[in-house]
Design a protein around this ligand. Structure first.
Ligand SMILES: Nc1ncnc2c1ncn2[C@@H]1O[C@H](COP(=O)(O)OP(=O)(O)OP(=O)(O)O)[C@@H](O)[C@H]1O
Ligand SMILES: [Mg+2]
Length: 415
């Protein structure tokens, strides 16, 4: 499939003297979709291996064959003609990633790095090995082992499926030995499971970095992320009033994880802020792809996480990660009452002309991530107003009308 120049090929026949790379993304969710504008701007060809012909990226990426990412032959076929294969999610079986590499496919991030984002037990062991701050944790085979962990560290504890979870699915708080007994069916579905102490955090934070195969790395400012029912709801960039040494240590931890685990592309390190104890934070989990907590970079940073991911997996020099404004807010909207999202645009866009709406082209289902709103502010003192205005735009689109809803309780909590 290649014509001459190693690693690059003539993408467009009519521009035969121009060579640009072809990037293949496994998974056609909103993350793949949002890579498309960056690929277009830089002249790269993006292809997506989609789960179905109606997934988010399909309407934004012209080459989006449908295929099963759990089938090795499908992945090998998709790899034909690619300069690099990367991912929209973590769910490609690790053995397939190794087989792809053995077949000469340039997989970024590679399986040895990615397994730490695929398997939370592998990740906890890696964080211990790097002597970075983990909550108390254990690998548990059965209810009895779960109960003994709870008795030792104190209830409640958090039980997690090590593989396959997302948006809080596969995460369960267990408050007593009686409740632990109720988790027997989880052990039947998967064993061992991960159990962790339930962390008393003041905020959730995210440290986002990108790294190239040659080892160049850059970090964005550490952000504050607000989860509702285990789903990222809102991000405030940067995390305000975070002690400089805590922000610096969190950024260092993310850069160290990236380099020691050989991560390429974007890495998000989800953190719990624990003031006055240890480093001031504990590590929650890792994601090796653009991440919901980095969507603010589309409109709030010199280089968006989507562009940076493409540059990084292609081993190109990384872009500047400076913020464009003193504060940026990202507010997600999930599927709600309004099925006809566009009908709400006149009201939503008029309500806040500075808001940037990102809609994922997905059908509306309750609780499903279908879009987000980014809004920047000209001073950190404005943060509550920026949050309220971004929330208003998101709510109008979700509900199809202006709702006189109370702001979420987190407004007060985080004021
Ligand atoms: N040990 C813990 N202590 C307290 N809260 C926790 C703990 N682990 C998880 N949580 C809460 O549950 C949320 C989801 O957990 P986690 O990030 O592990 O799951 P996930 O489904 O993989 O998430 P994601 O959507 O980020 O992939 C966290 O953001 C946090 O709010
Ligand atoms: Mg998480």
């Amino acid at each position: 499939m290649r014509d001459g120049k190693a690693g690059y090929r003539a993408v467009f026949g009519r521009l035969a003297h121009v060579t640009f790379p072809v990037i293949g993304v496994v998974g056609g969710g909103q993350l793949a979709r949002m890579m498309a504008p960056a690929a277009t701007a830089l002249g790269f060809e993006l292809r997506v291996l989609a789960e179905g012909d109606d997934v988010s990226a399909v309407s934004a990426v012209s080459s989006s064959p449908v295929g099963d990412y759990k089938d090795l032959q499908t992945l090998l076929d998709f790899a034909q003609g690619l300069d690099v294969m990367t991912f929209d999610h973590e769910h490609v079986p690790t053995a397939h990633l190794r087989a792809l590499q053995d077949a000469g496919v340039n997989v970024q991030p590679g399986p040895d790095a990615l397994v730490n984002a695929q398997d939370k037990l592998v990740m906890r062991a890696a964080i211990d090995r790097l002597e970075l701050p983990n909550p108390a944790w254990a690998s548990v085979q059965d209810v009895e082992a779960l109960v003994s962990f709870g008795e030792q560290t104190g209830w409640p504890v958090v039980l997690k499926m090590p593989r396959g979870g997302y948006d809080g699915k596969g995460v369960r708080v267990i408050s007593s030995p009686e409740e632990a007994a109720g988790s027997a069916e989880w052990f039947e579905a998967m064993s061992p499971l991960l159990v962790e102490a339930k962390v008393e955090f003041t905020r959730e934070l995210s440290a986002l970095v990108a790294r190239t195969p040659d080892g160049e790395a850059r970090a964005w400012p550490v952000v504050h992320t607000i989860q509702v029912d285990g789903v990222c709801d809102e991000v405030i960039a940067p995390a305000l009033d975070i002690p400089v040494e805590v922000a610096a240590a969190a950024e260092d931890a993310a850069l160290r994880i990236a380099s020691e685990l050989g991560v390429t592309g974007v890495l998000a390190v989800e953190l719990f802020e624990t003031p006055g104890s240890g480093a001031g934070f504990l590590i929650n989990e890792l994601a090796m792809r653009p991440h919901n907590t980095g969507h603010w970079t589309q409109d709030g940073s010199v280089t968006s996480q989507f562009e940076q991911h493409l540059r990084a997996v292609l081993n190109l020099p990384l872009g500047a990660t400076d913020a464009l404004a003193p504060v940026a807010v990202m507010k997600n909207f999930l599927g709600g009452d309004n099925q006809d999202l566009f009908s709400a645009y006149p009201l939503a866009l008029a309500s806040e002309p500075a808001a940037k709406v990102h809609c994922y082209g997905k059908s509306v289902r309750p609780g499903r991530k279908i879009g987000h709103v980014n809004l920047v502010g000209s001073s950190t003192a404005e943060v509550e107003s920026v949050r309220q205005r971004a929330t208003m735009v998101a709510n109008i689109i979700r509900d199809g009308r202006l709702t006189a809803e109370e702001p979420p309780s987190t407004f007060e909590e985080n004021a």
